[in-house]
Ligand binder design. Structure first.
Ligand code: RFL
Ligand code: PHB
Length: 386
């Protein structure tokens, strides 16, 4: 088989790239190791930046998001029980959209079906080849048969564990990484959210987050050990721990119920440079990871893909390589800003095992600065809303 762009991975990055290329009349095949149901079953991001919302709408993907998503004009930060609201609308004239990654993925899958474009699910041993030459390809195994897909370019949209980044010789790639000494334990529950907006809580027992997916479905997180055993957390234990961290007012109104999903996510900051190796491009979590505190991961995947798709459009329509040549540097500028913001939010709000009293007071000083300085709050709001 032959196509113009072979995309590895059918997460948000791969599916959106496929859709944008389709809109530009460029052929792409997506090869994914999992099944569609498995991909849709992963509960991940919940917050869509203003810029991401614009990109999804411009690509004709926003109808259900606009109808069902929740526009949030602000967030709250609870610091040792004291809640402070940050009004994004007032600070920077922007808002975010709360709309789950599962829904974005489902909308992207529907658009791909409607376009009649090819996605190969359940593909094993997906391997990129010869991207340093003029004739790249990928191979994969399905139903015991090895297939080969020839292409002009390979897009590695295969997440943190995917094969694309690992196919690059180590001498050609630089990795930057920070692994945090904790994780997040997340619970999804069919109960109305505790508050109309997200609450990010810093507490001496550890960080907690009150988020949501809709007016009737909530998503809650508590900071836990990086290797926490989910099995050790009954629902009751989770609700008790959450209540202790979010302040009495929220704890008293929290509606609990049986969890419909419970999982642990490790926290990591990670970037590789560059994002292009000959005819292979990396995009999304394949190239960078942020801790979820800043709600940036999905949004970064979308902005990478928007830049890459524009470059490929110029390449095929105008015979100009300028866009794909600039992709890595252009995307990395945004990536490092999101890395800084996510690292800063994480440091301000989490308990670190080796923290000194001095560092705890600095966390308080960060919060006081946000509360007392409009300029500081504006900087935070500008980064959060994107
Ligand atoms: P994905 O979603 O990991 O998709 C990669 C796809 O590649 C496939 N794949 C392979 N395919 C073929 N062969 C192989 N060998 C392959 N290996 C892997 C995988 O099966 C998968 O389908 O990466 P992508 O597309 O770059 O998208 C990135 C986002 O998923 C991620 O950044 C966000 O979910 C991060 N994130 C958040 N981002 C936000 O913008 N806002 C949030 O509020 C937010 N909250 C979160 C998050 C991530 C979390 N977890 C669990 C990591 C909350 C959590 C808890
Ligand atoms: C979520 O709803 O899953 C979510 C929201 C905000 C974050 C991280 C995760 O910062």
């Amino acid at each position: 088989m032959r196509t113009q762009i072979a995309i590895i991975g059918a997460g948000p990055a791969g599916l959106l790239l496929g859709h944008m290329l389709h809109l530009a009349g460029i052929a792409a095949v997506i090869v994914e190791q999992r099944s569609p149901d498995y991909v849709l079953g992963r509960i991940r991001a919940g917050v869509i930046e203003a810029g991401t919302r614009e990109i999804l709408n411009a690509a004709g993907l926003g109808a259900r998001m606009e109808a069902e998503g929740l526009v949030h004009d602000g967030i709250e930060i609870a610091f040792d029980g004291t809640r402070q609201r940050f009004d994004f609308h007032n600070l920077v004239g922007r808002a975010v959209m709360v709309y789950g990654q599962t829904e974005v993925t489902s909308d992207l899958m529907a658009a791909r079906r409607a376009a009649g474009a090819t996605t190969i699910y359940d593909a094993a041993d997906v391997t990129p080849h010869d991207f340093d030459g003029a004739k790249p390809s990928i191979t994969y195994r399905r139903d015991g048969i090895t297939h080969r897909l020839d292409c002009d370019f390979i897009a590695g949209c295969d997440g943190y564990h995917g094969p694309s980044r690992h196919a690059v010789p180590t001498a050609a790639i630089t990795q930057y990484e920070r692994v945090y000494p904790f994780g997040w334990l997340g619970v999804l529950v069919d109960r109305p959210p505790v508050a109309p907006e997200l609450i990010y809580a810093r507490h001496s027992r550890g960080f907690a987050l009150c988020s949501m997916r809709s007016a009737t479905r909530s998503r809650y997180y508590v900071q836990c050990a990086a290797d926490e055993d989910v099995g050790a957390w009954s629902d009751d234990r989770f609700w008790d721990e959450l209540r202790r961290r979010i302040g009495t007012e929220a704890a008293d109104t929290l509606q609990t119920g049986p969890s419909i999903e419970k999982s642990v996510a490790p926290l990591r900051s990670f970037v590789v440079e560059p994002l292009r190796f000959g005819r292979l491009f990396l995009a999304g979590d394949a190239a960078h990871i942020v801790p979820p505190t800043g709600a940036k991961g999905l949004n970064l995947a979308v902005s990478d893909v928007a830049i890459l798709a524009a470059g490929l459009r110029d390449y095929y329509h105008d015979r100009s390589s300028a866009g794909i040549d600039a992709y890595s540097a252009q995307a990395l500028r945004r990536i490092w800003q999101a890395e800084r913001f996510s690292w800063w939010m994480t440091n301000m709000l989490h308990q670190f095992p080796d923290m000194t009293a001095f560092e705890r007071r600095l966390q308080r000083a960060e919060f006081d600065l946000l509360r007392d300085s409009r300029a500081a709050a504006q900087a935070m709001a500008a980064m959060y809303t994107g």
